[in-house]
Structure formats: C-alpha cells, structure tokens
Design a protein around this ligand. Structure first.
Ligand code: PHE
Length: 456
C-alpha cells in the first residue's frame, strides 16, 4: 500500500534499483562468493571425503540450490520490497509468512560471527601489508593465530573495523554502495583466485592436493553427515534462505529474466569454490602439510606455507586480500536484509537503519569473538560460541528456512503466478521446478535433518 503524499511532504523517493541485470548478477555473486567458498568449502570438503563430497555438493546445488535461487529471485522481484514484506504479501494468511522474519533475524545473526572471522582476515592482511608476518619460522603461525583470537581486545577492534566498512558501503545505497563495490571487487577476485590456483598447481608435489580435492573417498557416501554437510554448505555458499536473494531481487526491474541470472550465480559460485580449493590444497600438499580442519587451515597452515614458498609474501597478500574482499561483498548483502526491513517497518532513513543495525550486529558478535579468549569455557557439545552458532545456522536454521521458502512458492502461490513470476513457460522445466519445490526439497531437507539428529 502506498499512501498519497500530503502536499506538505515531499513525494517519497522511488524505490532503488540495480542499473542493469549484470549489476544485479555481480552483486548477487558477490554475496554468494565469500568466506564460504574459500574458508568453509575447503575444510568441509576435506572433512567429508574430498571428491565424494564434491559430487554430493554438486547434486545439492543442482537439485536444491538452483530451484531455491529462482524461487527467491521471483518472490523478491514480484513484490519489490524487503523480505518481511515479500513473505507477508505472498502468503498473507499462511503461517509461512513468518519465515520472512526468520530471515531478517538469521541474516543479522550470521553477520555477527561472519564479521568476527572477516576481522581476523583484516588483521592478517594488515600484517602482511606492513611486512610484519614474513619471513617467519613455521612454528610461530599457530601461536600468532592463537594470540590474536584469544586476545580480549584486538579481535574486537578488527570486528569493529570490518563492520564499519560494511556500514559505510550499505549506507551509500543500492547503486552507490552495493553495486559499485561488486563491480570493482568481483573481477579482481576472479583474477586473484585463478592466479593463485595456477601458481599453486605449478609447485612441485602439488598433484597430491589436486587428488585430495578431486579423487573421491566413496565410503563417505554411506555417512549421512556428508549429505547434511553438503546441504548446509550449499545453503551457506549460495546465500540461500536468509532473505538476501529476495531483497536483491526486490531491486530488480521486471524487464530482466530470472532463470539465466540464477544459473549464472550458481555456476559462478561453484566454480569459485573449486578454483579456491585448487589454490589451497595443492599448496598445502606441496609443502608437506596436513590439510587441517576449521579456521586453522586458512590462518595457520596457509601462512606457514606462504612463509616457505618462493614469492610467499606476494601470494599471502593476494590470498588475504581475496578473503577480506570476498567477505565484504557478502557482509554488505547480509546487512542489507535487516536494513531494508527496518527502513520500511521502523520508517527509518537508510542512514539511520544502517547505523542502528551495524551497531546491533557488532554487539551480537562480541560473544562469538570472546568465545576464543576470556569466554573459552563456554562450550556446547565441544564447540565454542562461534562454532555453535555457525553449526546451528548452517545445519538447522538455513535448511528449515529453505523448506519454508520452497513450500511457500510451491504451494501458497498459485501455479500460474509462480511460473509467470519466475519467467518460465508452462512445460518440462516449469513442472520440474514446481515438483522440486513442492515435494523433493522439503522431503530431502526433512530426511537429512532427522537422520542427522539420530531420529531416523
Ligand atoms: N554466501 C556467503 C559465503 O559464502 C555467506 C552468506 C550466507 C551470505 C548467507 C549471505 C547469506 O561466504
């Protein structure tokens, strides 16, 4: 509903929009490509059977990721609003309308710990820039990382700085901020990751790393945890179910077609993750290191590799630039979700909404950061605060929110409306899309969740 402006009020500014479809695809790809592709994908793949995981992951992207991407884009573009508005408008009487709020809360929560990790990358980037980290003895890197994250103040400073940059971009708006950033950063990221992969694969002894990523350990396929991990990774990496794609779709004009945009984003994201894996594992193996799990891979093992590698400081700079810049284009998309919501619901200006939510996210992230230092004893099932939130979000919140979205677009929207809004035509692909949304995606998610909770 748009109220008529009274004569004393200036007319409301028209809703912001991307300038072109390419800008929309680049910004969405910027959201998808992030720590998830570089930091998370490598260790989740390493943990879950290497090449076998990759196959399950590709399956998850094709069968769940792509249809959901298209569903989110259609939902957002059809209502030209934030995610809360989109869900309410599409399902005014169904309980599914509340899933929009889940996305607003979820994206705020993800950003709170995402920014803590991104803050670590800023610290490394600065140290490499200032030449403080190289050359080093290999043993020191574990200590350096431990000292950084356990410090009660320093990681909070980097977390604050990262959020401040994120706020600055989002405050500049859709075209001036989000679009401009991704136009600048995405081509650079592409060149950097390809350059790093070529360099890593040219190192003697790197073949074992390529084999680790690509040769399958088939026994992993009998482990249900692998499927859950692939599902969680697909959701996280494609920025699904957190309202980002609905919100970004809400800034897209009706004249642009959606299926090709969804295909471009999914392909770009998967390629980026594989190329990042081809940059990381060959280098790790070439220097005789073990592919560690978790953040240790990016923040300890790789710096060790860089310190022994010819031209290591340049490579280290490129790598941490890649990590920090990719994190920034994702962080701005996460912040945009609650900002767009607050601008409508609380009637705030973009500036006010961004400042308010930026501060909230910073505060929410403080426990995640302190969980590695003063609050280390706060543990749940052997996980610290940040890992607990990451695990709960990727393996529970995202899949649940994703099935809500599938059910909404598959069942609540009329068939004709859903197909038309997605720019599909009645026929094989439209049928397949609806069958996936209605039955396959919700059932697959439910089965995998129950299985992983030990209830099946
Ligand atoms: N896709 C981003 C990444 O891979 C993270 C993200 C998750 C962004 C959910 C938005 C929403 O790092």
């Amino acid at each position: 509903m748009t109220a008529q402006p009274s004569p004393s009020q200036p007319p409301a500014a028209p809703r912001e929009q991307w300038s072109t479809k390419t800008a929309f695809i680049l910004a969405t790809l910027g959201s998808a490509v992030g720590l998830g592709n570089i930091w998370r994908f490598s260790y989740v793949a390493g943990d879950n059977g290497g090449g076998a995981f990759l196959l399950v992951y590709l399956g998850a992207v094709l069968l769940l990721g792509l249809p959901l991407l298209l569903a989110e884009f259609s939902l957002g573009r059809s209502c030209q609003g934030d995610v809360g508005h989109a869900f309410r408008r599409a399902a005014p009487r169904s309980p599914l309308r509340h899933f929009g709020m889940l996305a607003v809360l979820g994206s705020t929560l993800i950003l709170s710990y995402y920014s803590v990790i991104a803050g670590w990358t800023l610290s490394y980037l600065t140290d490499y820039l200032l030449g403080l980290l190289l050359p080093q003895q290999s043993g020191d890197h574990g200590k350096r990382f431990q000292n950084l994250i356990a410090d009660p103040v320093e990681p909070l400073f980097w977390h604050f700085l990262f959020m401040a940059i994120t706020v600055w971009v989002v405050m500049a708006g859709v075209r001036g901020g989000l679009e401009r950033l991704s136009r600048l950063v995405m081509p650079l990221l592409g060149v950097t990751v390809v350059g790093l992969a070529i360099y890593a694969m040219s190192l003697p002894g790197s073949a074992a790393g390529v084999a680790f990523l690509l040769s399958p350990d088939w026994s992993a396929l009998s482990d249900p945890a692998v499927y859950l991990a692939a599902l969680g990774q697909a959701f996280f990496s494609l920025s699904l179910a957190m309202g980002v794609l609905v919100t970004y779709g809400g800034y897209l004009g009706r004249e642009h077609r959606l299926p090709s945009a969804a295909g471009a984003v999914a392909t770009g994201d998967v390629l980026f993750a594989i190329i990042a894996g081809l940059a990381i594992f060959p280098a790790v193996f070439a220097f005789g290191m073990a592919p560690a799990q978790g953040p240790v891979l990016a923040f300890v093992v790789l710096p060790q590799v860089f310190s022994t590698m010819p031209g290591g400081s340049g490579v280290a700079l490129a790598f941490f630039f890649l990590l920090a810049a990719a994190a920034l284009t994702s962080a701005v998309s996460l912040l945009e979700v609650p900002v767009a919501w607050a601008m409508r619901v609380l009637a705030l200006s973009r500036r006010q909404a961004t400042l308010l939510l930026g501060a909230t996210v910073f505060l929410l992230g403080v426990p995640s950061s302190l969980g590695f230092g003063p609050w280390e004893s706060v543990q749940l099932a052997g996980r610290g605060i940040l890992d607990t939130i990451d695990h709960a979000v990727s393996n529970f919140l995202l899949p649940v929110a994703g099935s809500g979205l599938a059910l909404l677009v598959g069942w609540v929207w009329s068939e004709r409306e859903a197909i038309a809004e997605a720019d599909l035509v009645e026929g094989f692909w439209a049928r397949l899309w609806l069958i996936l949304l209605r039955y396959i995606i919700p059932c697959a998610i439910l089965l995998i969740l129950l299985r992983s909770l030990g209830l099946l």
